[in-house]
Design a protein around this ligand. Structure first.
Ligand code: HEC
Length: 291
């Protein structure tokens, strides 16, 4: 096996090992980053729902509440405002789903499903918990979710959510009297849940991973190529020259001119030694010839 083959086998093994190691570490980091990025966006969506809820309660509701006994304007309902806001937001971020999952909702569309109920129950049994992050398997694949509790903190909420008698008749005419009542002050009635398909988070990470691995492979390839060129120039070519010179001398052609010493490294020392060997051989032959 030639020197070049040995050298390249070692280099390629080191490159493969290095790529496997950096691939493993970088994939983990990239997946972690992608997950955090998606969760950050989910948090922003929730905050934007909360912000529009606050805006509706403080600025819109007082304007529209004047004739609430007769006409019900959904625009004054914080939950309605939040849903409308998120609906528009989702035109740009269609992968993010938002729901105010509620155990006993006014709008049946907001009723918590089985897995959402579990989340709401966790918040109800654990008052100091303010956020849950996890994964949930659905028909379309694995989803990453972030959830925060919806707790009744304002007395004004109970004007519509406490009893049928207290609720404005115009609202009852629209939503009925059978659900969405009996909420209490301080009660966690539901949870804001933002969910995102896991593959969205992972596909971003995978694109970054492929680019990283490709560039690493190109860098290793270039290093191996450059080292091969240097190996030829610095080691293999001089050695080939010296060995063919030594071969010629060993066959008895002592008149062959000496090799020139061009460097002071190991190759230079070797050439000097071979030249000295040739001279010694010539002298010995001469002495032999004389006797
Ligand atoms: C003017 C009456 C009114 C007031 C005040 C009100 N809500 Fe509602 N709320 C509604 C109606 C109506 C809906 C259903 C909206 C829809 O069509 O999705 C609703 C929906 C909700 C929902 C979504 C789940 C469901 O029941 O459909 C939550 C959560 C909620 N309200 C919480 C609150 C909180 C918290 C407050 C106080 C900050 C509040 N609401 C104040 C009328 C009201």
């Amino acid at each position: 096996m030639g020197l070049r083959v040995k050298f390249n086998m070692i280099l390629i093994s080191v490159a493969i090992l290095g790529m496997a190691l950096s691939g493993y570490v970088s994939q983990r980091i990239l997946h972690q980053n992608a997950r955090e990025e998606v969760l950050q966006m989910a948090g922003l969506i929730m905050e934007s729902a909360l912000a529009v809820r606050g805006y509706t309660i403080e600025e819109i509701r007082p304007l529209l509440i004047t004739d609430i006994a007769n006409t019900f304007v959904p625009q004054m309902v914080p939950a309605y405002a939040a849903h409308q806001n998120i609906k528009r937001l989702r035109q740009h971020y269609p992968d993010y789903k938002y729901k105010e999952a509620t155990l006993n909702p006014t709008n049946p569309a907001s009723r918590a499903t089985e897995w959402e109920t579990e989340i709401v129950e966790t918040f109800r049994n654990n008052k100091q918990k303010h956020e849950l992050i996890g994964t949930h398997e659905s028909a379309t694949g694995n989803n990453l979710y972030m959830a925060r509790p919806i707790t009744i903190k304002k007395q004004s909420c109970l004007a519509c959510h406490s009893t049928v008698e207290a609720a404005p008749p115009s609202m009852l005419a629209r939503y009925g009297t059978s659900h969405g009542f009996g909420w209490k002050m301080g009660e966690t009635v539901g949870a804001q849940i933002v969910s995102v398909p896991m593959k969205l988070a992972l596909s971003r990470a995978d694109t970054a991973f492929r680019t990283f691995m490709l560039s690493t492979a190109i860098i290793f390839g270039l290093i191996i190529l450059i080292l091969n060129i240097l190996l030829s120039i610095i080691v293999l070519n001089p050695i080939r020259k010296i060995s063919s010179h030594a071969e010629v001398i060993s066959l008895g052609k002592l008149e062959t001119p000496e090799l020139k010493v061009k460097s002071h490294d190991e190759v230079g020392v070797l050439i000097t030694s071979v030249n000295r060997l040739r001279r010694s051989l010539v002298n010995s032959m001469k002495m032999l010839g004389k006797e």
